[in-house]
Ligand binder design. Structure first.
Ligand SMILES: [Cu+2]
Length: 147
């Protein structure tokens, strides 16, 4: 209250800083667009990815096992709804006519990261772990590839 003239100066400074930060964000926004690089996590009991879709062509999945046990990561092309692939016992058959396993990261250790490069056609996919009991416990998410 004793220095009322300082307030407009402070306010102006804040506005300048805010504007500067906004410009920085705009400069880097292009780098976060979908470029075929997907980052994901597997754990108990879910599969999560930073983007649920990509454009057709080469897609690189970089997936960290943040769980407490081993997990795998499969890219499955299927029109079956997310989580609804018919089980054959405690996992689904990878020979099932309703799906096509494009490729996979085989079971890998907790607290490690693996990458998988695949070439995907347009369509509906699920990203899953098919270790015994893991799919039915929630380790699946939908993924869409557009042309
Ligand atoms: Cu798993």
């Amino acid at each position: 209250m004793k220095h009322p003239r300082i307030m407009p100066i402070l306010l102006a400074s804040v506005l300048v800083f805010s504007y500067g930060c906004g410009e920085d964000n705009d400069d880097t926004a292009g780098g976060s667009d979908s470029d075929g690089a997907i980052t994901g996590v597997v754990n108990e009991w879910e599969v999560t990815v930073d983007q649920q879709k990509a454009t057709a062509g080469e897609v690189v999945f970089t997936v960290t096992n943040e769980g407490t046990i081993g997990h795998e990561f499969l890219v499955v092309k299927t029109d079956v709804a997310d989580g609804k692939i018919e089980l054959d016992g405690d996992h689904f058959s990878e020979e099932n006519a309703s799906l096509l396993v494009i490729d996979e990261i085989g079971e890998y250790a907790k607290k490690t990261t693996e990458s998988l490069t695949v070439t995907l056609e347009p369509g509906n996919y699920q990203l899953v772990c098919n270790l015994p009991g893991h799919y039915e416990n929630g380790m699946h998410t939908s993924f869409t590839v557009t042309s």
